[in-house]
Design a protein around this ligand. Structure first.
Ligand code: GLV
Ligand code: MN
Ligand code: MN
Length: 410
């Protein structure tokens, strides 16, 4: 076997070994997907896994005031740090790679640099952001938003999950002080550059690794429809004030507006009260996720849906209240950093945008030079148990990240 072949085998083995140690955590055997909602037992186990792995590498681990985990190779106080990482929480029954790929790759990239005896001139950090998906408390990228000051701590503390537990309660239960969450400008100022490696979440990448150009503006809106709860058998059709009808109209209107405007709109979550087969519901809550290439298109899409749904509610005898859960502006990643990544990885490296949100986007919006590496997704499926990346592409991602970190830190 040639040296090149044995190195490739070693990289695959290292990948498999570390990946397998995380893989069982939070995996639902019934769906085959991952349920790692932030601060849940599965999320805590994944965080413990990270701390164990980082400490085994002699990295200094700290938890910031917002619950994000940082592992340092070198002293972060010296500034200009090169930071990588991603998140370990998941959407309900999500895929194995979304977020986790970036964290596992970061640890292996550090291993790769060390095995080549690379000595960074700048501190290298690995971060695990908390509640990136917003699957428990509704606000996407909550950990990085708190860190950068993009969400008001008072509002964040009061966010509730599906059972009514507040973020403040969840943080306190995990041993954090909810009173101290909020912006950490000093911590941000230490970051010279942030590079997040992530599975590409569409069918945009035909090569193993690409570089991100930017992120579509996007957001989440909670629509609460209220009517009159009543008996499904005895209530005349003409007498009904059924919020399910208004909600159903909203789903169709969002789909139509997105198609007309070239945006994306999804209603992927519903809550019905009292949720009984033989009762006209009293309330229906629907969550609208909307995205578009341009902010003006997104604004028009959401405004059109709101207008048409309000008209429909009048006809149904229902009411609709709309609350903004989180919005993210368009992101154009730092051009100089993006070009540097392409120069490091080779001029044929594809540069592509995405409609998926990321902590790197939040950091970029806060003025941190940020970039992303995408790893090929052979089916384009994500936020689903079917999400997949081949071992060879995972290994290629680690190698690319290691080269980028070496270039930036040395
Ligand atoms: C995060 O994955 C998002 O785009 O919602
Ligand atoms: Mn995701
Ligand atoms: Mn993600």
């Amino acid at each position: 076997m040639s040296t090149v072949e044995s190195e490739a085998d070693a990289s695959r083995l290292a990948w498999r070994s570390l990946w397998s140690s995380l893989a069982p955590i939070g995996r639902d055997p019934a769906s085959g997907g991952y349920v790692r909602l932030s601060w849940s037992p599965a999320d805590l186990a994944a965080r413990d896994w990270f701390v164990t792995q980082a400490e085994a590498r002699g990295l200094a681990v700290e938890t910031d005031r917002n619950g994000n985990l940082w592992a340092w190779w070198g002293d972060p106080a010296s500034g200009g740090a090169v930071v990588t990482g991603s998140h370990l929480d998941s959407v309900p029954h999500g895929g194995a790679f979304d977020g986790a790929l970036g964290v596992v790759s970061a640890l292996l990239a550090v291993d790769a640099l060390r095995s080549r005896a690379v000595t960074p001139q700048r501190p290298v950090g690995i971060v695990v952001f908390t509640e990136e998906e917003g699957s428990r408390f509704g606000v996407a990228c909550l950990g990085s938003r708190l860190l950068t000051g993009a969400v008001d701590p008072e509002r964040a503390r009061a966010l509730t999950d599906a059972t009514g537990t507040t973020l403040a309660q969840a943080l306190a239960a995990a041993g954090l002080d909810p009173a101290s969450i909020g912006p950490e400008p000093d911590r941000l100022a230490r970051i010279g550059s942030f590079v997040e490696l992530h599975i590409e979440q569409g069918r945009g990448l035909a090569q193993p690794v690409g570089v991100a150009s930017g992120i579509w503006p996007h957001g989440r809106w909670r629509l609460q429809f209220t009517g009159e709860g009543n008996h499904a058998g005895t209530t005349l059709m003409a007498d009904r004030r059924d919020p399910m009808l208004t909600a159903a109209f909203a789903v169709l209107a969002a789909n139509k507006e997105a198609r007309l405007l070239g945006g994306h709109a999804t209603v992927g979550r519903l809550s019905v009260h009292p949720n009984a087969t033989n009762a006209v519901p009293e309330t229906v809550t629907a969550w609208l996720d909307a995205r578009a290439a341009e902010q003006s298109t997104l604004d028009t899409l959401v405004a059109n849906v709101r207008r048409r749904v309000a008209e429909r509610a009048e006809r149904d005898g229902t009411t609709v209240e709309v609350a903004v859960e989180s919005v993210s502006p368009a992101v154009a990643f730092d051009a100089a950093l993006r070009d540097r990544l392409v120069a490091t990885l080779g001029p044929d490296t594809p540069v592509l945008g995405t409609a998926a949100g990321h902590d790197a986007g939040v950091l970029a919006t806060a003025g941190v030079p940020a970039a992303m590496l995408f790893v090929r997704n052979p089916t384009g499926v994500s936020h689903s148990p079917a999400e997949h990346v081949t071992d060879d592409d995972c290994v290629a991602g680690v190698a690319a990240l290691a080269r980028v970190l070496e270039d930036l830190a040395c």
